[in-house]
Ligand binder design. Sequence first.
Ligand SMILES: *[C@@H]1O[C@H](CO)[C@@H](O)[C@H](O)[C@H]1NC(C)=O
Ligand SMILES: *[C@@H]1O[C@H](CO)[C@@H](O)[C@H](O)[C@H]1NC(C)=O
Ligand SMILES: *[C@@H]1O[C@H](CO)[C@@H](O)[C@H](O)[C@H]1NC(C)=O
Ligand SMILES: [Ca+2]
Length: 265
Amino acid sequence: MRVFTVILAIGFFLKETQAWGFKNGIFHNSIWLEQAAGVYHRESRNGRYQLTYKDAKAVCKYEGGALATYAQLEAARKIGLHICAAGWFDKGRVGYPIVKAGVNCGSGKIGIVDYGYRLNKSEKWDVYCYNPNSKECGGTLTEQQRVIISPGYPEEYQDEQICYWHIRVRYGQRIRLHFLEFDVEEDTSCQADYLEIYDSYDDISGFAGRYCGDYLPDDIISTGNVMTLKFLSDASVVAGGFQLEYIAVNASLIHSQNNTNYIFT
Ligand SMILES: *[C@@H]1O[C@H](CO)[C@@H](O)[C@H](O)[C@H]1NC(C)=O
Ligand SMILES: *[C@@H]1O[C@H](CO)[C@@H](O)[C@H](O)[C@H]1NC(C)=O
Ligand SMILES: *[C@@H]1O[C@H](CO)[C@@H](O)[C@H](O)[C@H]1NC(C)=O
Ligand SMILES: [Ca+2]
């Protein structure tokens, strides 16, 4: 039975390897750097591909930015912005930036995958915004244990921040998040400012929760060796921010043997 499981797992792994692939020893289906060169990708709060051109402009404006131009998107791509989701950018154009060729994303093309100027501005896509004033924050964390803080903590965070933290610990380990302090602008469905947790190495799958307010969230344990945290603040009202700690935990110390979400490193 165990052998059978291993074979199944290897089969799954090979299949996924073909579809996705490795880059810098990281196995994944898409890369996103946090924002790059002031450009960032946004989707509707209702999910992917929900924004008309008018909505898209409003999203960027709401966060203090504007639609990215082709040149800004390309500048960001050149320093590593790789996002497998088509979005509006300047002048009603739609496309996305690709750094790494992949079958499932851009059909092997590297560069801006450009859908051109859309005649129908009611089509729904994501959006690429440009805001040179938003602070760089977040990063890729591989330590066994580390404290993560909101930008500027223990000072209040500022408006218009977007941070991604990608946590990756050793194969066979899991990540336990433990909140130490938490104070993020409160609203009923956390639409203004929020911290989002993903049980995956991107913010495309594995959504595990969105948090705001000043209630200290419970500990969260990943199902695999990766996690993504995303912090976003809007154009007004700030709060104290947050401080949390992650610790790599040996999976064998956790009862469940669920390894479906591991990536190889
Ligand atoms: C424009 O796009 C919208 C959304 O996809 C669609 O419902 C509508 O029929 C399109 N209009 C035209 C004229 O193609
Ligand atoms: C976790 O596993 C590693 C490698 O198997 C081992 O060296 C380490 O001592 C373990 N840590 C704990 C807390 O059990
Ligand atoms: C294992 O994890 C996956 C993904 O999180 C979940 O869909 C599945 O139900 C889990 N299986 C068990 C036995 O816990
Ligand atoms: Ca706010």
